[in-house]
Design a protein around this ligand. Structure first.
Ligand SMILES: [Zn+2]
Length: 399
């Protein structure tokens, strides 16, 4: 499997200048390649591909000194990037999805370059990153890349005033045969409802909410946005405000990723089968009421984290069809229609009363189990009997 390790790096002032210069050379090349493709198509309906552009490189280099200063593979990677953005564009057009034509990149939106094969090396003590044509940069490796991993590429990335090195590595995972064994021995599965009321509701009834520090940062985000909108155009104050806002955005992003890493880690640690709804998030984003909550909790990020951590740990993750998971009764299977504002599932057929998200999580659990040929009552007999008691309770407090 492919995995990325991201470390902070601390280039010296001279190195920063050099990296900034490379970024700009790459950006100009990117934009030039874009122009060339666009013009060729507009003037003579000719499409230009990666190899066409790569073949021109030696000639361009003879009169462009900038390109000669940058590592040659980094330059080639720029051509790959432009090729990729065109391929993505055409793929979307073909599928009749909404597609934006590849765009010119201003300085603020061109923040990385990649050594696609070689030209980079981590020193033996792990404290330096040695980049060809740039030099030796201090690096902080807060965790190790596994011994059996093969480092494929190294990307140098700017994030406002910070710098990072991202290593894309290939890790061997045990083959599927061993996973087959795990499939038959599921003892601790969990169904997960990613929600609006709670961040996460589990099929065992427990929940996780958005922590307060995130809410606080998000409040600050709003404050920063307000301040920016008040700042005069082209003023120094405005520049300061833009930077401030971007920094708060980064903070929210980091805090959220940190939270989702913790949650996914404990999930993979605890359960051997983790079941999510297969959410077509894009479809749901059209619903404006849901949009904010969805982006806030970054559902797809969580499912991604869980998926790759599970793969490493030999745990199973299943994604089930979300159809009717909130409407169906998890006890008797009857369909109980409810609007988004109805927080409690009350079944007129069997009398089950339960928090709506918990009911959904249970349905997700059942669907996931049947996918792997298991039944809830066989996997969790004790838990299931507890559910029966809830039926007699008059109501469930909804937080
Ligand atoms: Zn029922």
């Amino acid at each position: 499997m492919r995995k990325t390790y991201k470390y902070r790096i601390y280039p010296s002032r001279e190195q920063k200048t050099l990296i900034e210069e490379w970024l700009n050379i790459c950006r100009v090349l990117y934009n030039d390649c874009l122009t060339e493709r666009r013009d060729a198509w507009q003037s003579c309906r000719k499409s230009i591909n990666y190899y066409d552009q790569q073949n021109q490189l030696p000639e361009i280099k003879t009169f462009d000194d900038g390109l000669k200063r940058v590592h040659s593979q980094v330059i080639q990677d720029v051509l790959k990037r432009i090729d990729k953005s065109f391929k993505n564009f055409f793929k979307k057009v073909k599928k009749k999805e909404k597609a934006g034509y590849p765009r010119y990149k201003p300085r603020s939106r061109y923040n990385s370059f990649t050594y696609p094969q070689s030209g980079f090396e981590i020193s033996e003590d792990g404290k330096k990153l040695i980049l060809s044509k740039i030099g030796s940069i201090n690096i902080k490796k807060h965790r190790d890349i596994p011994e059996n991993a093969k480092i494929k590429t190294c990307t140098i990335e700017r994030d406002l005033n910070r710098w990072y090195a991202c290593f894309s590595v290939e890790i061997e995972v045990e083959d599927l045969d061993q996973n087959e064994g795990i499939r038959n021995e599921i003892t601790n599965p969990i169904g997960i409802d990613l929600g609006i009321n709670h961040l996460i509701t589990f099929s065992d009834g427990s929940t996780i909410d958005n922590p307060r520090y995130l809410a606080k940062s998000e409040k600050r985000l709003k404050r920063d946005q307000r301040r920016l909108s008040r700042a005069k155009k082209r003023s120094n104050n405005r520049k300061k405000r833009i930077f401030e806002l971007a920094k708060t955005h980064r903070k929210v992003r980091d805090q959220r990723a940190d939270l989702l890493h913790k949650i996914s880690h404990s999930l993979v640690d605890t359960f051997d089968l983790i079941i999510f709804e297969d959410l077509n998030v894009r479809g749901m984003l059209k619903n404006h009421h849901l949009a904010k909550s969805i982006s806030d909790v970054s559902w797809s990020q969580l499912t991604n984290f869980v998926s790759y951590k599970a793969e490493e740990a030999g745990r199973r993750v299943e994604f089930v069809n979300p159809k009717n998971t909130s409407q169906e009764c998890s006890n008797c299977g009857g369909i109980v229609r409810k609007s988004l504002s109805q927080r409690v599932h009350k079944c007129p057929f069997c009398g089950l009363v339960m928090d709506r998200d918990e009911n959904a999580a249970l349905n997700i659990l059942k669907k996931g189990l049947s996918r792997v040929g298991q039944e809830l009552s066989k996997v969790k007999p004790e838990d299931f009997s507890k559910r029966r008691v809830i039926q007699e309770a008059p109501s469930v407090r909804v937080g």
